[in-house]
Design a protein around this ligand. Sequence first.
Ligand code: FES
Length: 70
Amino acid sequence: MKPALPVVIKPLGPIVIEGPIDLRDHEGNPISIPPNKSPGIIKLCGCGRSLKRPFCDGTHKQPILPPSAD
Ligand code: FES
């Protein structure tokens, strides 16, 4: 049995996976993992605001502005 991969769900932030994964979309098509600052660590968007979903792009750090009253 393979050792379990650490997966950390950060509050209002990314889902951090440490280790190689086989990432697929809802139809089973592979999704390539772009290189990042920390090789071997994958950050999936957990806030739903990333423009690079399924990956985190740091947008979760920006404040959520209330809708304008135009
Ligand atoms: S968790 Fe980082 S942009 Fe969504």
